[in-house]
Design a protein around this ligand. Structure first.
Ligand SMILES: C[S@@+](CC[C@H](N)C(=O)[O-])C[C@H]1O[C@@H](n2cnc3c(N)ncnc32)[C@H](O)[C@@H]1O
Length: 242
């Protein structure tokens, strides 16, 4: 699947340069990962209890963070636009696939019981922004991955609607600063309304799950207070059995 034609790393940006993203992100926002971990583990355990088998899990844009109990799933697939960092050792039940979730040739033969996206949606912006179009393409590909009774857990940092629109206005300027000065991938934070509008338009069934908010955030490798970076977190569960 490592097909350069579909990778578009240069268009979407990549975390490849951040060699130690896993440790850095976890050290800066342990509370975020604790919350994500708790929610995912609850779903993995529920799945085992209901079906009597262990779930197959795909962590899209997972970066190798693995924010869940890795002993519960049968198989774990990490799908990311960048290659597995060499120093990162994966558990025996995990594989890393280099692929773009916006790709048209998405692998859709294998279905997953639990699909995870944590902190990925706002990085679907590209050189020309295109966040709303790319969000729909990503959701379409998630649908292809989902097993009949599977669920998808989306964890995302969201902003007020006006902030989303402000980013569109300033995108040509701030996207250059992000990518050229901070050496960070493209990003356009979404509002909850923008995400749910896409889900509704695509006839997804979904439900908001409680997510305990935190006071500090990860931004381009730095710890930033919510006083100056006004984001909050949501967890959206997609699936038929909500
Ligand atoms: C902010 S990091 C989040 C990593 C991890 N899921 C977490 O919760 O810490 C965003 C991840 O999404 C990946 N990503 C961004 N765009 C992608 C795309 N189009 N296809 C696949 N992965 C992508 C990045 O390479 C990066 O690993």
């Amino acid at each position: 699947m490592n097909n350069d034609k579909n990778m578009n790393v240069h268009e979407t940006g990549s975390f490849e340069a951040m060699t130690d993203f896993v440790n850095k992100a976890k050290a800066i926002t342990p509370e975020y990962y604790h919350e994500v971990n708790t929610i995912i583990d609850r779903h993995l355990n529920d799945f085992v209890e209901k079906t009597g088998r262990r779930p197959n899990v795909i962590d899209i844009g997972g970066a190798g963070v693995l924010p869940f109990d890795i002993t519960i799933p049968n198989k774990i697939c990490i799908l990311d636009i960048f290659r597995k960092p060499e120093h990162l050792i994966l558990p025996g039940n995990a594989e890393w696939i280099v692929h773009n979730i916006l790709s048209e040739d998405m692998l859709d033969k294998i279905k997953y019981d639990v699909v995870i996206l944590s902190g990925v949606l706002h990085h679907l912006a590209d050189k020309h922004n295109n966040i709303k179009q790319n969000l729909k393409i990503c959701l379409e590909n998630i649908r292809k991955f989902l097993a009949q009774d599977g669920c998808c857990l989306i964890f995302e940092s969201i902003v007020p609607q006006y902030f989303g629109e402000l980013q569109d206005l300033l995108y040509p300027l701030y996207s250059r600063i992000l990518t050229k000065v901070l050496k960070f991938p493209y990003a356009r934070l979404l509002s909850l309304k923008e995400i749910t509008a896409a889900l509704n338009a695509m006839n997804f069934q979904y439900r908001m799950l409680d997510f305990k908010q935190i006071n500090h955030h990860y931004f381009a490798g730095y710890k930033v207070s919510s006083k100056i970076y006004p984001i909050s977190y949501v967890c959206i569960k997609i699936g038929k059995n909500l």
